[in-house]
Design a protein around this ligand. Structure first.
Ligand code: GLN
Length: 180
């Protein structure tokens, strides 16, 4: 998706702390926050990621990644997490796998609605003063937020052809890299 959004972007996987060297941005993907949290601990990634983010590295957490970015988690705390965003996030807030759904979202900063796929998704229950909401469901419940260079989305932006959020994130990465 990143390469499709911008052919100049080089993308690689982060698995160990040394993979952080030279990165201009990091996406913590969807999946299972319990598992990713265990791997963050097992590979010693928690502190290095937190440190890089504190130094301005843009980090985007999607779905399970959003859970790992939140400071407060309801519904089961993973062993490890990044925990930097002033948010309270509820895991599996919409129910089980069969309760997954898709919806068009108005997204702050984008000029057209974004089609969003929610898979056993979390929800932002509280947006603290350090963070700002970026998108809500039609009933007002928050599903995306930002705190400086940290971005959290409850849905899976890689499952639709729309690259507008990826393009937005790449811009943040370019701006942050220019400042570092
Ligand atoms: N339900 C998962 C969790 O709690 C997140 C699901 C997802 O990333 N699609 O971690």
């Amino acid at each position: 998706m990143l390469r499709r959004a911008d052919a100049c972007v080089a993308v690689r996987e982060l698995r160990t702390p040394k993979d952080l060297v030279g990165l201009d941005g990091l996406i913590v993907p969807g999946g299972e926050s319990t598992t990713i949290g265990k791997l963050l601990v097992a590979y010693g990634l928690e502190q290095p990621i937190r440190q890089a983010a504190n130094h301005g590295l843009p980090v985007w957490g999607t779905c399970a990644g959003m859970i790992l970015l939140a400071r407060d988690i309801v519904g089961g705390e993973p062993d490890g997490r990044i925990g930097l965003m002033d948010l309270t996030v509820r895991r599996n807030a919409f129910g089980r796998q069969v309760d997954s759904f898709e919806v068009d979202l108005a997204f702050a900063g984008l000029d057209r609605p974004l089609h969003a796929v929610f898979i056993r998704a979390p929800l932002v229950e509280r947006v603290g003063p350090e963070a700002e909401p970026l998108a809500s469901l039609p009933d007002g419940r928050v599903v995306a937020a930002r705190q400086g260079n940290l971005l959290a989305t409850a849905f899976h932006p890689e499952l639709t052809p729309d690259t507008s959020l990826h393009a937005w994130f790449i811009e943040r990465c370019r701006a942050a890299a220019a400042c570092l």
